[in-house]
Design a protein around this ligand. Structure first.
Ligand code: SAM
Length: 398
């Protein structure tokens, strides 16, 4: 087929479209987000160099409105607009929970979810209304997966996803008698769907704050979850370098970035969960080509890659590998297989290993000792991998 040659104007236009499509779209005119910022300002928030924006690939997040230096505190949210167990216990819900604690005690996630639902139900009359309006309406976490979607997961992931659904259902059922008896204003609105929304807000957005240790709540789980308005708009990146936490000196929840950002960059933190399976289960997203992602490789899978060997030979090799400690970190990342997989493959591929067993053992031990003694030596070990097949060949042919 004859290819049509396009002109310079067409190429320029195409480049502009591509650039436009990869640019963040500032959410400066979004009514809910304007109200959120006004609510924050009215409650002693002194502002920040961040603006909500929609980014291609990661969705809604925050954009730097000026260049940011490494070491800067980019956001400090005052204590009075944090939602934690302390907030719940000092509200009307807290009074009811204290009374009910003789019958049973609920977890931090359960009471925070109830609190959110009660406040959502109050509408504009709620102090938290601007924050609640800024929250997503739906989520992509496994508790929202249909049966078909669950079945598409790998068996182990499927089990974990089903466990999360069971945990949510249990949390909901457990609260029903309390809601029916103590919260008449919520009763008919306390549906599974409504609770799932509040639960998902909690599970995907809470940050850590010092344990509340309330005797009125269940001690089965730590009472550390805290919702931090605005700060919870920051998306995750596995490579983000930032520290965040509650600062007792300033009484604010703060984020300090440890790397510089340019104006219009998306600012990230790391949620602490790194592999895609964890990110998907806990937060409902994955990072394409996640550098922290890996798959585990079993020894039996490695054996399958090699020509058939006798049972005796197989046993000898497995024994040698167990002794050598090489069977840890049998993984493959986007950067390729680990050096341990590489060395196991080399042991498995070499012939007549039992003839020179002690020589081989010593060689492996020395190399492992070198690796664990110094990072620089890892480079040497990598280099030695090129030599290992030659050494192995020489050893097995003495
Ligand atoms: C703490 S919130 C961050 C703000 C959120 N994007 C919002 O619009 O409200 C966490 C949620 O953001 C989304 N998210 C965070 N990091 C992401 C990323 N790197 N890629 C895609 N989605 C991401 C996920 O839906 C996750 O459950």
């Amino acid at each position: 087929m004859a290819s049509k040659k396009r002109g310079r104007t067409w190429r320029k236009r195409k480049k502009r479209t591509r650039e436009r499509d990869s640019r963040p779209v500032c959410q400066g005119k979004d009514k809910e987000l304007i109200n959120l910022q006004q609510f924050m300002k009215a409650n002693d928030f002194t502002g920040c160099p961040l603006k909500p924006a929609i980014f291609p690939g990661t969705g809604r997040g925050v954009m730097a409105v000026r260049s940011i230096k490494a070491g800067e505190v980019i956001i400090a949210v005052p204590r009075k607009i944090l939602i934690s167990c302390r907030t719940v216990l000092s509200s009307r819900l807290g009074i009811e929970l204290k009374k009910w604690s003789i019958t049973s005690r609920f977890t931090c996630a359960q009471v925070l979810s109830l609190f959110l639902l009660l406040e959502k139900n109050k509408g504009a009359a709620s102090f938290w209304h601007p924050y609640i309006r800024s929250l997503p309406n739906t989520f992509t976490t496994p508790v929202y997966f249909t049966e078909t979607e669950l079945n598409a997961l790998s068996p182990s992931l499927q089990d974990k996803a089903r466990d999360l659904k069971k945990e949510l259902l249990h949390a909901y059922n457990d609260l029903e008698p309390f809601v029916a008896s103590s919260l008449p204003e919520l009763d008919s609105k306390f549906t599974f769907d409504a609770f799932r929304w509040a639960w998902s807000v909690l599970k995907t957005r809470t940050l850590y704050q010092e344990d509340c240790k309330s005797p009125y709540l269940s001690k089965k789980e730590p009472q550390t979850s805290t919702l931090v308005p605005m700060l919870d708009l920051i998306n995750h990146s596995p490579s983000a370098k930032a520290r965040f936490g509650y600062n007792v000196n300033t009484s604010c929840y703060e984020v300090r970035v440890l790397e510089p950002y340019r104006k219009y960059d998306q600012v990230f933190i790391s949620y602490g969960f790194e592999e895609n399976t964890e990110l998907m289960l806990k937060f409902g997203f994955y990072v394409p080509r996640n550098p922290k992602d890996f798959i585990k490789i079993n020894l039996s899978e490695l054996f399958e890659c090699l020509p058939q060997i006798s049972d005796d030979e197989r046993k000898n090799k497995v024994d040698l590998l167990f002794d050598s400690g090489l069977l840890s970190n049998q993984t493959c990342t986007w950067n390729g297989i680990s050096w341990q997989v590489m060395s196991v493959l080399q042991v498995l591929a070499s012939n007549d290993i039992d003839k020179n067993r002690s020589l081989f053992q010593n060689l492996l031990k020395q190399v492992i000792y070198i690796v664990s003694s110094d990072m620089i030596m890892i480079t040497l070990w990598r280099f030695s991998l090129f030599l290992l097949p030659i050494i192995a060949y020489k050893l097995t042919n003495v």
